[in-house]
Design a protein around this ligand. Sequence first.
Ligand SMILES: Cc1cc2nc3c(=O)[nH]c(=O)nc-3n(C[C@H](O)[C@H](O)[C@H](O)COP(=O)(O)OP(=O)(O)OC[C@H]3O[C@@H](n4cnc5c(N)ncnc54)[C@H](O)[C@@H]3O)c2cc1C
Length: 262
Amino acid sequence: MEEVELEKKKTELKHPFQDSDFDNPFNTCPPAVNDKVIKTADGENHYPALKPGTWVYLTLKSTVTLTDKMASFVFDLPKDTDHTGCFPGQYIAAKSIISGKEHVRYFSPVSPPDEFGVIEIVLRFESHGIMSQYFKALKPGDRMEFQGPCGGFEYTPNQLHELTLLASGAGITPGMQLVRSILKNSADKTNVKLLYFSENYNDILYKEELDKYREQDSRLQVVYTLGEAPEEWEGEEGFISSQMLDKHVAKPSMKKHKVIVP
Ligand SMILES: Cc1cc2nc3c(=O)[nH]c(=O)nc-3n(C[C@H](O)[C@H](O)[C@H](O)COP(=O)(O)OP(=O)(O)OC[C@H]3O[C@@H](n4cnc5c(N)ncnc54)[C@H](O)[C@@H]3O)c2cc1C
């Protein structure tokens, strides 16, 4: 009887989505689905390409080497008018079958949802990583299955006054999608501060793009910090620390502010 009571208590304490949804491991509720039809000024209707629960084949369009360990992969959506179906900040699942065994891994697209017809993923090649080595061998024209959205921080414009993103290495990918989406939308008044750690100068992904944005748009501030800094480096050095957060992250105020570690 005691055991039954204990078991009951354990079940009651559990959040309804805790431990029960492996398609959505870091979210506390099922992902919001961007199933809206986007109508552009030219009268074109844009439908979502990805849907949760359905694997969709996408064809690799192109790859670009970013560093010795990272590359960008652009896949064509089924129609060149499609939007991805993901909110900024969400992630997707990719499936590969290697020697008859199915492998699923998660990726945060860097392309904004309304960049029609394509989805871009940035991948870090792990030396013994099953999926990353599989991606490394892909050639334009190869197909792979994707599914999404799987949750994440589902951003909608003007929810917040300020958004602080703490990113490290390949962890810049969800942050980059948010930055691109916010800056593309002049009606979105959210200020973004990106605190971004990279091992060394050459490992800073998207530096040129980020620098261009912050020069042109006061909504974005970027603080780079490097593990190994060159002599003339004027940015921060070392891992993101509590001192660095004290220095760069806005103090609590009446403003709606969220700090996320994408
Ligand atoms: C929400 C979410 C979003 C993500 N977004 C991205 C993204 O945008 N870009 C990205 O690159 N990644 C992203 N990831 C990580 C990604 O899903 C994979 O985990 C990553 O690509 C590694 O997968 P893999 O199959 O290559 O490595 P796995 O085969 O799963 O191996 C994991 C690690 O173990 C090491 N390993 C394997 N075998 C051994 C061994 N025998 N001894 C010692 N070490 C070993 C590998 O080298 C690797 O470092 C994301 C993950 C999540 C959860």
